[in-house]
Structure formats: structure tokens, C-alpha cells
Ligand binder design. Structure first.
Ligand SMILES: Nc1ncnc2c1ncn2[C@@H]1O[C@H](COP(=O)(O)OP(=O)(O)OP(=O)(O)O)[C@@H](O)[C@H]1O
Length: 229
């Protein structure tokens, strides 16, 4: 794997009991590229993200991130990955500022970055209130700050636009969008929106690769087919 390759998966397989959630997945994501993953509920998208986030071990095949093989070298890449999922991974009783300061200390990030990020996503006014009092969109903005606090090279994003209004989507673009310049794996159920930000497109169905192609070779109809019964 050369330096221009950020993620390399070969025959990646993960089971839960007798059920195969991800079956023999092989792909390469170049550094700085965006892989968008489509698939109906239960297709294996979250399982893939959890393996890439080093939260779950593969049962077969190999996974390499930034040149480090998982799971053995997971510790070496964990701090270079940012994860944004439906779970904001924030302490509800702490404010956004307290949560972010906690994570900043964990990662050795200067505390000034917390205030910069809160301003960037326009949360300063509510930054000292407990996050359990936030709306879903506000929570997602705080969670996005947490995901990029340590300036990760790789971003794993599970439907990152869920709960966001158009203004908030625009605010988060520089942090988690294409323009962040990071290597990204993004799950989506929105064919047009997902294709608009993809370099590579993966369609999963019941854990198997239905298609894997550069975005120029995939249209919205092909994505929609995935969701047809
Ligand atoms: N902890 C678990 N225990 C047992 N089965 C699981 C577990 N997590 C996921 N699965 C199963 O693995 C398969 C893939 O699930 P996964 O969550 O990866 O799908 P998904 O594509 O992310 O779905 P969604 O769009 O609904 O979020 C499903 O059949 C699911 O029921």
C-alpha cells in the first residue's frame, strides 16, 4: 500500500452469530477521496464504519488504514480517525464546551480550538448549556466538532446531514464536507446528495457488494435499484 492509499480492504467479512453482516468486501480509497456507501437498512453500512473506526474486528480478510493493519495496529490509527454517527458520543449532563474540552485534553489539542469550532458551527450562545437540552440539529453540530477536534485525516460519517437544516449543512461543510480535504467514508440514503459528494460509490445489499465504481459510472437510478425490493 503506497502513501496515496488511505484505506485498503481485502475480502473483509464480519458476522454476528450466524448472520453475515459484511461479506468479502474488497476496495481501496485513495487519500483525500470520498467513498459514499449506499444500501438499504441492514445492508452492512454501520458494520463497515465500525470496523474502520476500529470498534469491531473483522472475522476474515484484511483491513489497512493509513498503512496500519487492523486490528493489530488499531492503536496507531485511532487518533487519526474522526467518527460521526447517530450517537453524538457526548456526555448529556456536560455542556458542549465541557465535552469538547474533555476530548481536547484526551487528544492533546489546544483548548483554543474548542472555542474556534464552537464559533464555526454557531453554537457559542448555547455552548455552556448541558447538551441534553439541545435540539437534534444542535447535537449534530456539537458532535461534528467532536469528530474533527483532533484534525483527523480520515472521517467516518454515518448520514452526517441527518437532522440538519440547510444553514447547518453549509456550516459543517468546511469541517466534514468534501472541502475539508480529508479522506471520507460517508453512508447515505439520498442518491442525489450522496452522489454529489462522492468520488467512489459502493452499493451494499445484505452485506454483499452490489456495485463499486467511480462516481462517473454510477447514476441515481442505479442507486435507487438497490432499494427496490
Ligand atoms: N450487534 C449486533 N448483533 C446482531 N446482529 C447485528 C448487530 N449489529 C448489526 N447486526 C446485523 O448486521 C446486519 C447489518 O447491520 P448494519 O447495522 O451494519 O446495517 P446498516 O446498513 O447500517 O443499516 P441501517 O441503514 O438500518 O443503519 C443486519 O442484519 C443487522 O441486523
Amino acid at each position: 500500500m503506497d502513501a496515496a492509499t488511505a484505506i485498503e480492504l481485502r475480502g473483509l467479512t464480519r458476522r454476528y452469530g450466524y448472520r453475515t453482516a459484511l461479506d468479502d468486501l474488497t476496495l481501496t480509497v485513495p487519500a483525500g477521496a470520498t467513498l459514499v456507501v449506499f444500501g438499504p437498512n441492514g445492508a452492512g453500512k454501520s458494520t463497515l464504519l465500525r470496523i474502520l473506526a476500529t470498534l469491531l474486528r473483522p472475522h476474515a480478510g484484511t483491513a489497512s488504514i493509513l498503512g496500519e493493519a487492523l486490528p493489530d495496529r488499531a492503536w496507531a490509527v485511532r487518533g487519526r480517525i474522526g467518527l460521526l454517527t447517530h450517537d453524538p458520543l457526548l456526555y448529556g449532563d456536560l455542556s458542549a464546551r465541557e465535552n469538547l474540552r474533555f476530548h481536547a485534553r484526551l487528544h492533546g489539542v489546544p483548548l483554543g480550538r474548542v472555542d474556534e469550532l464552537l464559533a464555526e458551527v454557531k453554537l457559542e450562545r448555547r455552548a455552556d448549556e448541558p447538551v441534553h437540552t439541545y435540539s437534534r440539529g444542535m447535537l449534530q453540530r456539537a458532535a461534528a466538532c467532536r469528530a474533527v477536534l483532533h484534525d483527523p485525516e480520515i472521517l467516518l460519517l454515518d448520514e452526517p446531514r441527518a437532522n440538519l437544516d440547510p444553514g447547518a449543512i453549509a456550516l459543517l461543510e468546511p469541517l466534514v464536507g468534501r472541502e475539508s480535504g480529508r479522506t471520507r467514508v460517508v453512508t447515505s440514503h439520498d442518491p442525489a446528495g450522496g452522489l454529489a459528494e462522492a468520488d467512489l460509490v459502493l452499493g451494499l445489499r445484505e452485506g454483499k457488494t452490489a456495485f463499486l465504481a467511480p462516481v462517473a459510472e454510477v447514476d441515481a437510478a442505479r442507486v435507487a435499484e438497490l432499494y427496490a425490493a
